[in-house]
Design a protein. Structure first.
Lengths: 216, 216
């Protein structure tokens, strides 16, 4: 299974979000046109994205909602449960803890750490904040699959080093810095300003009269 | 100027972040190899990205840091000042208000609105939170260029409609829903889970022994 097209991968959670709602409303089938209209992207883009899942469609009805959900979850490896620890319970960390969809991805943030005395012991969206100084003691027996780094840039490398020393190989990095990691460790860095750059690319094109769309 | 490659556009703020630091440390020149090492991506990818700016490099020294900063800012339209209003001062909104780099992009969040009585009047990262009910009164004479929507999904369409009625044509949407907007309005939707999908695509590839990199 070859998925190297990043914009396609990035769109998958949006399809899922829509499909979960359709399932909840009792809708059995969905067409590419439906999804294209919801997302405001060309029909052909949706068709290509869904083709990545390998799910065969029905010529008349489109795709079965539950089958398409399963196919996307499988494509992303979200059919299996994954655990994570989150470091840094500031505003961004709190936003992630409040993100409802993770549950549908079988992705569970099972521990949260911070080093600030006014955060330790507090509960955010049902998660107790533990002292970062205890992280080794708490995680060494069963380290989670993914480490989520939401600390300020200055502390991010140190946190990454700790996570890696605990055997965590996959890092979702929200700090505003690129991390140095050994081979075999995979980092996905989120750059909030990346989206702003894409927005401005779209604006610049529109204002220059270029109607060729910028892909999401 | 044709920029339709979204991964390239998304990387530009990361180059900028690095280049600002180099400039601050007094470094005059930077090579593609430097930037590639910092970001952990292939050298050739950096070379192609920078080629988008049209800036000619020096065979021996690479690129002048200050010139490359200017070229990227110009490419993104960030050489000109832009203003924004942010709606929804929850944890995600607060995280955006604390994001230092916007200033370097000449991008200024000049007003913040919320409808929650316990947020109105508070100050977050130097921004006073205004009552959403007053938005028309406050913005009608000089609507900002960009509206940033950080409200929960259920209120997002209403907020978008208000912004559009005020003449705001560009929307950076952090709510977990796709917006219905009239032609001419440009929306950039941020999907936090999009990055998690990309992380898992990388993980799945690595665990299946596929060494072909997933592009950022």
């Amino acid at each position: 299974m070859k998925i190297s097209n990043t914009p396609t991968i990035r769109r998958m959670p949006t399809y899922l979000h829509r499909l979960f709602r359709l399932r909840m409303s009792g809708q059995e089938w969905v067409s590419c046109a439906d999804l294209a209209q919801y997302m405001g992207i060309p029909h052909i883009m949706v068709r290509k994205d869904i083709a990545m899942t390998g799910l065969p469609g029905n010529r008349r009805h489109g795709f079965k909602v539950v089958d398409l959900i399963d196919a996307i979850l499988r494509l992303l490896g979200w059919d299996k449960a994954s655990s994570a620890t989150l470091i840094g319970a500031g505003s961004l960390g709190a936003a992630l803890l409040g993100f409802d969809d993770f549950q549908s991805y079988n992705f569970r943030i099972e521990s949260v750490f911070d080093s600030s005395p006014d955060k330790i012991g507090r509960v955010i969206h049902g998660h107790e904040i533990f002292d970062l100084a205890d992280i080794r003691k708490r995680l060494k027996l069963a380290p989670p699959k993914v480490g989520i780094i939401c600390v300020p840039a200055v502390g991010a490398q140190l946190v990454a080093d700790i996570l890696i020393s605990l055997g965590i190989k996959y890092i979702w990095n929200f700090s505003n810095v690129c991390l140095n990691v050994p081979p075999g460790v995979i980092v996905q860095r989120e750059v909030i300003a990346g989206g702003l750059a894409v927005l401005f690319a779209k604006i610049n094109k529109a204002e220059s009269g270029d109607t060729d769309p910028v892909e999401e």
